[in-house]
Design a binder for this molecule. Structure first.
Ligand code: ADP
Length: 306
């Protein structure tokens, strides 16, 4: 348990009005990893993050941060996490340096241990240390939010849709900083609805949709899954041996007359699968394709990419 940066067990949230935003979600985030929480808009990502942040009261389930249960030990749980919110909220009259000092004060970081300038440098805002927040560009404000989340040097940082509305150059800069933080040992969780972003950065990706956890796998495995399609064929006659063909990823015999074939949809289509089987002298009497939930989610995720 203590090996995990975050541990979530059977987490559910029903908002007043009966809206179930999280439905029995369980997963762990390993210490030292970059973990992607992916899902289309409305999937429940913010609800989950805000539950960890103590801003949303869960309906049931448990969660712990760095081994501290969010109910039994809320202060320690909070001290170990930094959250970069989706919304940019600033007091326009504070300078970035003052903002960080104030935040450090809120977290009870003694003056001698504050590192406002170091953090501003890390997010490339040191030349703006004494500028008013209202004079910062949108991108600069977002970088300041990241620095704010780090004032108490938490071992875990969560970035909620950090690149929404951010231009490509800035996105790149933000990612470099995130990767740097991770190299320094910080566990990073980021929510996004950009599949590509998660693919580039994350060791592991969990997908939620309609409040349910659909999958949670190492990135490479997940990306491969998204390329795979499965077709089930019922044959006229029973066979004894599983037919094989190097164009297929996998062939399984479900019954003596039922084959399940996994193929890469980038390389072939279902029609080609059928003709290969027929060319082996096997007569097909029924075909069903398996529609993975995952595929629907990927489709809706990728269609959101701008
Ligand atoms: P995401 O961050 O993945 O876009 P959210 O966690 O914001 O998803 O929302 C999940 C679902 O819960 C959505 O259907 C949303 O409309 C609903 N929801 C979010 N916040 C509230 C709230 N305060 N009251 C009622 N329903 C909410």
């Amino acid at each position: 348990m203590t090996e995990n940066a975050i541990s979530i067990q059977s987490l559910s949230k029903i908002y007043t009005g009966d809206k179930q935003a999280l439905d029995n979600v369980s997963f762990n985030v390993e210490r030292g990893s970059i973990f992607g929480l992916l899902g289309p808009n409305g999937a429940g990502k913010s609800t989950l993050i805000n539950t960890l942040a103590g801003l949303v009261k869960k309906t049931s389930g448990t969660a712990s941060i760095w081994g501290f249960d969010i109910d039994a030990n809320p202060r320690n749980a909070k001290a170990n996490i930094g959250i970069v919110p989706q919304e940019i909220m600033f007091d326009p009259f504070f300078t970035p340096r003052e903002s960080l000092e104030l935040q450090a004060g809120l977290y009870g970081v003694p003056k001698s241990q504050r590192r406002s300038m170091e953090l501003l440098k890390a997010v490339r805002l040191d030349d703006k240390a004494d500028a008013y927040a209202r004079t910062l560009s949108g991108g600069m404000k977002r970088r300041l939010l990241v620095a704010k989340a780090m004032v108490h040097s938490p071992p875990v940082i969560i970035l909620d849709e950090p690149t929404a509305g951010v231009d490509i150059e800035l996105r790149q800069q933000l990612w470099e900083y995130v990767v740097d933080l991770n190299k320094q040992g910080v566990t990073v969780v980021l929510t996004t609805h950009y599949l590509e972003e998660a693919e580039q950065l994350c060791d592991r990706i969990a997908i939620i949709n309609h409040g349910k956890l659909i999958t949670n796998k190492p990135t490479k495995e997940l990306i491969n899954m998204a390329r795979e399609k499965v077709v089930q064929l019922t044959l006229e006659n029973d066979i004894v041996e599983t037919p094989s063909h190097n164009a297929f990823e996998k062939v399984e015999m479900i019954a003596a007359n039922i084959l399940e074939i996994t193929y890469n949809k980038d390389k072939m289509n279902a029609g080609e699968v059928l003709s290969i089987i027929q060319s082996m002298g096997l007569n097909i009497i029924d075909v069903t394709t398996k529609e993975a939930d995952l595929e629907d989610v990927f489709l809706s995720l990728t269609s959101n990419v701008v």
